[in-house]
Design a protein around this ligand. Sequence first.
Ligand SMILES: Nc1ncnc2c1ncn2[C@@H]1O[C@H](COP(=O)(O)OP(=O)(O)OP(=O)(O)O)[C@@H](O)[C@H]1O
Length: 172
Amino acid sequence: MYWKMSNRYIDDVYNLAKSFSYAFRGFRFAVDNERNMRIHLTMTILVIEFAVLYQVKAYEYMILCLLFGLVLTAEMINTAIEALVNLNTSGYDTLARIAKDVAAGAVLVLAVTSAVVGVLIFGNLEKLQACGSYLLEHPVLILLAVAELVIAWLFIFRWNSRRAVRRKHRDK
Ligand SMILES: Nc1ncnc2c1ncn2[C@@H]1O[C@H](COP(=O)(O)OP(=O)(O)OP(=O)(O)O)[C@@H](O)[C@H]1O
């Protein structure tokens, strides 16, 4: 009896771990195949770092976290929609075009909204000047920032495309 029960718990944990691994595989697929996903991830890291320097308030961190989650989620749903459309179409199809364009438009709306919120949170000129002065007093941080931007560029545009498996439909 005890053995049967513990077996069931092991199965439950195994199934849960498996479903997490599928979800992680989906996330990995989006990062490997979608340049925009890599842009959003990079922006997330850069904005968090700047938020630390800017000393945003706790509730502003909450807003930023929510927006990062929403944008990344929207990009992944967009990727899923693209895959579904590719699955069901071969060659040019007006409905396929509409589905992909609208899904991409949804991500754009969220990204622009997030940018506006970003301007509202980081728009204090005095605090921006204070950040600038702090950086000038610590040139090593400027060097680190430049190095990070180079790495970000490589990550966005030169990410190992051997893992990119999606078939593109561009035969318009
Ligand atoms: N089967 C199709 N029929 C008609 N138009 C299509 C088709 N597939 C893609 N398109 C058009 O090409 C655009 C780009 O589609 P694609 O599948 O290459 O997505 P993508 O380049 O990965 O998009 P994004 O860079 O936004 O993720 C779509 O938004 C749509 O306008």
